[in-house]
Design a protein. Structure first.
Length: 584
C-alpha cells in the first residue's frame, strides 16, 4: 500500500522556501514583461464625451431626432434625442479622433458647427438649435437613406444619391464646355434644405462688382441654400484673349455673392489651363472677378546734382531702366538699378547740394565733405549706389585714406556709419543708400599710440564639466564688466597651466558686461588649472571618456537581460526542487 512521504524539520522548511522563491521570481519576471508592454503601448487617439439638448425656436424637440458627428469627412458617432430633446445623456456619445482634430456635428442633415476633439475634462455640453423642425427620424435636408438628387450644370444633367445626407463617393459635375466644374470630395455632407435638385446657370444680370474690379463672368445656383461639408472645389474657365486690357490674369479671383456684397475667396489661377479654382461651403452666386491695373501716365522727375540738371522717367513709380546721375565734375554719382521703386516725398525733383556748415563729425573721425539729398525721407527700393570722389590733398596727416567711409546724419540718431568700399586707386568711396538725408564722406583719425587698457574686471569664472574624459570638450566661462563710462576694447586671455591657451577681443560700452566662453579639450589625464586675470579654476581629465549617453531608465535590452536571468533562476530552483524530491 502506497503512502505519501511527509517532510518535516529542516527539509520541509527548505522545500517550502524554494517553492516560495520560485513563485516570487516568476511573478517578478511577469511584472517586468508587463511593464515593458505598457511602455510600448502609446495611444494615438483621444476620446471625449459630448451631450446636450436640441431645440427649435427655444423649445426642446421631441424624441427620435438624429445627432451625428463627422471627423475628416467620416461619420464617427450617432445617437437620437429622447422625449426631452436631450442626446448623449442616457447612452454616452463618445467621439474618438486624433489629437487636435475637429469634430463636425449635425442634427439630421443640418450643420451645427465644430469643436476640437482634444478638450480637457471628462465631457462637454453642446446645445444645438435647428432652423427647420422636421418629422423625427428624417433629416432637415433631403438626406434620408437613398435620397436621389438631380443637378443641371449649364444644361448638362447629373444624378447622384445621398445616404443619410452623405455623398459617399467623390463626384465632379461639369458643364459640357468645361466652363463650370463642381467637385465634391468623398463623404461630403450635403444639406439641400429639402430640395431634390439644383440648377447652375449663367447670370445674365449679376450684382455690380466692387470699385476697381471687373466682373468677367458669373453663375447662379437655384436653390441657393445648399450647404456642403467639407467644402467643394469650384473651377471656372475664362477666355484669356477676351479679358479686358486693364485686367491681368494673375489678378483674377473667385468671389461669392453674400446677398449684400461680393466676398473674395482664396483662389488659384492656372494661366496654362485658363482656370480659377476656389472652395465653396455653400452654393450661391459665384463669379470670376479681376482687379484693374491702375496705370498712371509716365512721370518725369527732375534731378539737380551739384548744379547739373537732369531728369528720369518713371512708370507707376518704377524706374524700369537703370540710370546713373552725376555732378558736372563727376565728384558725386547716383547709380540706380533696373526696376527701382522711387517714392519722392512732396516734390518732383531730386536735389544734391553741398553743405557749407555741416554737423560736427563723430569722435575719432574727420570730415571731408557733406551733402544734403532731397526731398528728405524720399525712399528707393532697391537701394542705389552713392559714390563720392575725393582728392588725396583733402586727407590731413591725422586721417587714414583706408579709413574713409560714408556716413548718414539724422537729428534723432546723429551720425551712422554705412558699410563702405574704398577704391584707393580711383580715389572714390561707395555705399548703398535707401533714402534721402544728409550724407558725408568721413575719415577715421590715425593713431600712433596704444590706448591704455580698459578698466575691465573679471568675475564668475566657471568650468563645465569639472571632470571630463580624454578628448572631451570643457567650457570655461567668465563675466567681463567695463567699469569705465565710455566704450572700450581689450583682450581677454585664457591661461591653462601657466600657458596662453586662447584669446578673445571684447568691446563693451560704458558700464556694459558680457560673458566670454572658451572651449578646449585635453588628451592627457591629470588636473589642469585655468585662469583669466586673477581668477583660477581647476578641472580634471580622466583617462577614459565618460559615457554621457547612458539613460537613467532601464531600456528594452536591460529588461530582457533581467528577464533572462530570472528565467535561469527559475530553472535552477526547479532543478533543486527535483533533486530534493528524489532523495525521498
Amino acid at each position: 500500500m502506497g503512502h505519501k512521504l511527509k517532510r518535516s524539520g529542516p527539509e520541509a522548511f527548505r522545500f517550502t522556501t524554494l517553492r516560495l522563491i520560485a513563485v516570487f521570481i516568476t511573478v517578478l519576471v511577469g511584472i517586468l514583461f508587463m511593464f515593458q508592454a505598457v511602455r510600448a503601448d502609446c495611444p494615438s487617439c483621444i476620446s471625449h464625451q459630448y451631450f446636450g439638448t436640441v431645440s427649435h425656436n427655444g423649445v426642446p424637440v421631441g424624441q427620435g431626432y438624429t445627432v451625428y458627428a463627422v471627423v475628416n469627412g467620416e461619420q464617427v458617432a450617432s445617437t437620437t434625442t429622447n422625449s426631452n430633446g436631450q442626446w448623449g445623456n442616457t447612452e454616452p456619445f463618445i467621439v474618438s479622433a486624433p489629437s487636435g482634430a475637429f469634430v463636425e456635428f449635425y442634427v439630421g442633415g443640418e450643420y451645427m458647427g465644430e469643436a476640437a476633439s482634444c478638450i480637457p475634462g471628462p465631457s462637454t455640453k453642446l446645445d444645438f438649435t435647428v432652423s427647420v423642425l422636421t418629422t423625427p427620424g428624417t433629416s432637415n435636408a433631403a438626406a434620408n437613406t437613398g435620397t436621389s438628387i438631380t443637378a443641371s450644370i449649364l444644361g448638362q444633367g447629373y444624378s447622384f444619391v445621398l445616404t443619410n445626407g452623405i455623398l459617399t463617393a467623390a463626384k465632379t459635375l461639369s458643364s459640357a464646355d468645361q466652363r463650370f466644374s463642381l467637385s465634391f470630395p468623398t463623404n461630403s455632407v450635403v444639406n439641400t434644405s429639402g430640395a431634390s435638385q439644383f440648377v447652375v446657370s449663367a447670370e445674365q444680370s449679376p450684382p455690380v462688382p466692387p470699385p476697381g474690379v471687373k466682373l468677367i463672368q458669373a453663375y447662379g445656383f437655384s436653390p441657393d441654400s445648399i450647404i456642403i461639408s467639407p467644402a467643394a472645389a469650384v473651377t471656372l474657365k475664362y477666355d484669356a484673349a477676351g479679358l479686358p486690357p486693364q485686367v491681368d490674369e494673375s489678378n483674377l479671383y473667385i468671389a461669392q455673392w453674400s446677398g449684400v456684397s461680393w466676398i473674395s475667396l482664396s483662389s488659384t489661377v492656372n494661366t496654362v489651363a485658363s482656370t480659377v479654382t476656389a472652395q465653396l461651403k455653400s452654393l450661391s452666386t459665384v463669379a470670376i472677378l479681376g482687379k484693374i491695373n491702375l496705370q498712371r501716365p509716365p512721370e518725369v522727375i527732375g534731378a539737380f546734382i551739384l548744379g547739373k540738371a537732369d531728369n528720369v522717367t518713371i512708370n507707376n513709380g518704377i524706374l524700369t531702366a537703370g540710370r546713373a546721375l552725376e555732378s558736372a565734375d563727376g565728384g558725386i554719382m547716383l547709380d540706380f538699378a533696373d526696376n527701382t521703386a522711387i517714392n519722392l516725398q512732396g516734390g518732383q525733383q531730386m536735389t544734391v547740394l553741398q553743405i557749407a556748415s555741416p554737423p560736427a563729425p563723430p569722435a575719432g573721425s574727420g570730415l571731408i565733405a557733406a551733402y544734403s539729398f532731397g526731398p528728405e525721407n524720399s525712399s528707393f527700393s532697391p537701394p542705389f549706389n552713392l559714390t563720392i570722389k575725393y582728392d588725396p590733398s583733402q586727407i590731413t596727416p591725422d586721417m587714414t585714406e583706408s579709413g574713409l567711409y560714408i556716413s548718414a546724419f539724422a537729428a534723432s540718431e546723429n551720425w551712422t556709419q554705412l558699410p563702405s568700399t574704398v577704391d584707393i586707386q580711383h580715389k572714390m568711396v561707395t555705399a548703398q543708400i535707401a533714402h534721402f538725408s544728409i550724407y558725408a564722406l568721413l575719415a577715421k583719425e590715425a593713431t600712433n599710440t596704444v590706448p591704455p587698457p580698459a578698466a575691465f574686471t573679471v568675475s564668475d569664472l566657471t568650468v563645465i564639466p569639472q571632470t571630463a574624459g580624454a578628448a572631451e570638450t570643457v567650457t570655461i566661462s567668465a563675466r567681463i564688466v567695463n567699469n569705465d563710462e565710455i566704450e572700450a576694447t581689450r583682450d581677454v586671455v585664457l591661461i591653462v597651466n601657466n600657458k596662453e591657451e586662447a584669446k578673445q577681443q571684447v568691446t563693451l560700452p560704458g558700464g556694459g558686461n558680457q560673458t566670454v566662453n572658451f572651449t578646449l579639450s585635453r588628451n592627457e589625464p591629470g588636473i589642469y588649472s585655468a585662469s583669466i586675470d586673477n581668477l583660477t579654476a581647476d578641472f580634471t581629465v580622466n583617462a577614459v571618456a565618460s559615457d554621457k549617453n547612458q539613460s537613467a531608465q532601464p531600456g528594452l535590452p536591460l529588461l530582457g537581460a533581467i528577464a533572462f536571468c530570472g528565467l535561469l533562476v527559475v530553472i535552477f530552483v526547479i532543478v533543486q526542487i527535483g533533486k530534493q524530491r528524489s532523495r525521498y
